[in-house]
Design a protein around this ligand. Structure first.
Ligand SMILES: [Cu+2]
Length: 126
């Protein structure tokens, strides 16, 4: 091989690596996931309905909390430092990211006494 050929070959190799790295990145983001999950949860005294969210690891979760009760309610997901508060008769949408570790995590309403009254839910990641 002439020096020129070697340089050309090296350039093509680098280009090929760059392209495959790019492709790999795209494939990676496809596997992690999963389109965002849109869930609508009704909050009232004293429960979430549905009380269970099923998500995949690292999935973006867009939560719409509709408060159909007569007092304010929150939806708190501590592992993601996530909290939303919705006044009675209102609804709001916010997003958080599911943990990357599979498992079952607690969702609570942290208004005083609500969790104890049964206003709890689960996020199942698998
Ligand atoms: Cu509540």
């Amino acid at each position: 091989m002439s020096r020129r050929t070697i340089v050309l070959f090296a350039a093509i190799s680098i280009l090929a690596i760059a392209l495959s790295a790019c492709g790999g990145g795209a494939a990676g983001s496809n596997t992690s996931g999963a389109a965002a999950l849109n869930v609508t949860i009704t909050g009232t005294e004293f429960k979430f309905d549905p009380a269970t969210i099923n998500a995949t690891p690292g999935q973006t979760i867009n939560v719409t909390l509709k408060n159909t009760g007569s007092v304010e309610h929150t939806l708190v997901f501590a592992p993601a430092n996530f909290k939303m508060l919705v006044q009675p008769g209102k609804s709001d949408t916010k997003s958080f990211t599911a943990p990357t570790a599979p498992g079952t995590y607690d969702i609570v309403c942290d208004v005083a006494g609500h969790k104890e009254a049964g206003m709890v839910g689960k996020l199942v990641v698998k």
